[in-house]
Design a binder for this molecule. Structure first.
Ligand SMILES: C[S@@+](CC[C@H](N)C(=O)[O-])C[C@H]1O[C@@H](n2cnc3c(N)ncnc32)[C@H](O)[C@@H]1O
Length: 219
């Protein structure tokens, strides 16, 4: 049976954090170092990265203390608690010194930051020279195609139920051009935007998402 045939009987879709973690470590690497999962929520991605990158520690950052409590409980259950810290903060005002973090990742959160350009300036500020960052949203390149289609279909349905203005804002936030415009507004010295974002469920690349990739080269 191929990955595309392995539908779950409960209607629950497979976990996408491991497939996103694979894409993130493919770009950012997995050398020992300090990571930050920005807008981590309950820590799905940050903890999946720790499982792939044994020498790393992860700061989970989110304005919601409640979400971070869930993340820490999950880290405990998975044996990752000693490599995890939690920081209550918005992306736009990170309580961290300049050049203090090796890698920043953020999935499914950027769209909600009230001042996205300021958040990007903060990411650049805290990244060490030679640091990497990946900010955006998606399900991972290797997430099974059937599940991607179903995930996008359900997501579209729930956004459509909120009305045309919500649909317009949803699509706008996920356009590669929007990512580009915000990175330029933040005056990031170097970046690239990958993925097409906001595609319909039948598109073969739907679910790969859209990502801003940053390399802070050693001066
Ligand atoms: C849809 S959840 C995504 C959570 C997680 N990254 C994931 O992939 O499951 C969006 C998260 O962004 C957080 N968030 C909202 N505003 C934020 C801000 N200004 N800075 C950082 N995170 C923010 C929310 O608290 C929430 O946990």
């Amino acid at each position: 049976m191929g990955a595309d045939d392995q539908k779950t009987e409960s209607g629950q879709l497979p976990d996408y954090y491991p497939t996103v973690a694979r894409d993130v470590t493919a770009f950012c690497g997995s050398r020992p170092g300090v990571w930050l999962d920005l807008g981590s929520g309950a820590g799905g991605l940050g903890l999946a990265i720790l499982e792939r990158a044994p020498g790393c520690t992860m700061a989970l950052v989110d304005p919601s203390a409640e979400a971070l409590s869930k993340a820490l409980a999950s880290a405990d259950r998975r044996g990752l608690r000693r490599r995890t810290v939690a920081i209550v903060s918005p992306a736009e005002r990170l309580p961290l010194p300049d050049e203090s973090v090796d890698t920043v990742v953020s999935r499914g959160s950027f769209y909600f930051w009230p001042d996205r350009a300021q958040g990007l300036r903060e990411v650049w500020r805290i990244l060490r020279p030679d640091g990497r960052a990946m900010i955006g949203g998606g399900l991972g390149r290797e997430y099974p195609q059937w599940a991607r289609r179903e995930f996008i279909r359900r997501r579209r349905e729930s956004v459509a139920a909120k009305g045309p203005e919500a649909e317009r804002r949803f699509a706008e936030a996920r356009k590669p051009e929007t990512f580009d415009r915000l990175a330029v507004e933040a005056e990031l010295p170097s970046f690239e935007v990958v993925g097409e974002g906001g595609l319909g469920p039948e598109h073969p690349n739907a679910g790969i998402g859209v990502w801003l990739r940053i390399r802070k080269e050693n001066p």
